[in-house]
Design a protein. Sequence first.
Length: 384
Amino acid sequence: MEHFRLAIYDSAVFFVFLYLRVAGESGRFGSAHIHILSNIMTTFTQDSTLLAIESSCDETSAALFVGAELRSNIISSQMFHTTFGGIVPELASRAHVQGISAVVREALQTSGLAMSDVDAIAVTQRPGLAGSLVVGANFAKGLALRYGLPIVAVDHIEGHIYSAFIENHDIAFPFLALIVSGGHTSLFHVESFERYSAIGSTRDDAAGEAFDKIAKLLGLGYPGGIHIDRLAKEGNPSAIAFPRSMLRDDSFDFSFSGLKTAVRTYCQKTLQHPPNDQQLRDICASAQEAIVEVLVHKTLRAAERHQARDIVVAGGVAANSRLRALLRERAEHQGRRVFIPAMAYCTDNAAMIGCIGREKLLHGTKSPLTFTIGVGSLRAQYRP
């Protein structure tokens, strides 16, 4: 393990030279002459400029904040994974290496800033794919070494929890956060920017995984949530009584693996043949309703128990139209407010990393350049 950590740290030197080579070619970032500066600066203030980098999975992203204002948020998505029906880790990490310099450069150009304007760097540390995380973390370390900037390592899930603050500053603590995506489905009780606790998590498949696996069973594309959401709009959500696992369970945990099995069983034993267009729409609508109803029911019950007026929903599945509509409808009846980030901030992005990274820096948090990435799954790391 120690050799692995040293390899990660030493490889930062490679990213220094890689970045400076690109900088020297473009002339955008100033001289390519290397000056390794100490990792110190004046106190990070409300008006300081922050560069954020995200590379935990299959999006390479960079964002610039000047004070609380988001100046740019560039996202490069690796669409080639759709061919394989899922993320191929080795290909993802190679794509990050190939694209990260250009993404950071574009973020700077879009914001009208240069590296000399940047006061600090925030970067995703965990969880995620090891190869992908290494690329972003070490690129950020290289920049910190080159420009003498402090760096703060950010948990990817924290980024999602606080992502609604990018556009809404009136969210009241404490609030409930439902983080729901392809790899994560958890509920958090959030007391401040520095204190939160997990109160529920999936015991098997995440909601996004359920969408993907059901879509694959039905011969739809990847990622599955988009296709199921589209077809469900023309289907009957009450056509098929798919199970709502753990709906009445006293805990705030989730389970979606049984739903995938129920859809397969229905297709194999009830239809006896491939579904026609309307049957396909009804299956999508019914499966989506089963997922969404559980998410909404448990989120609202958790908000009531923890006396949270405000609810934040974030992660890729937060883009689901039925989830947005049903949660807002039922929350309104209880006098609660629902905050869902814009579509660009639901998926993996550097803006959310910068948003919480900025708060950490304002509270005096900095990370040593020897920090290591973490790949542990959310299910193990955030069990209540």
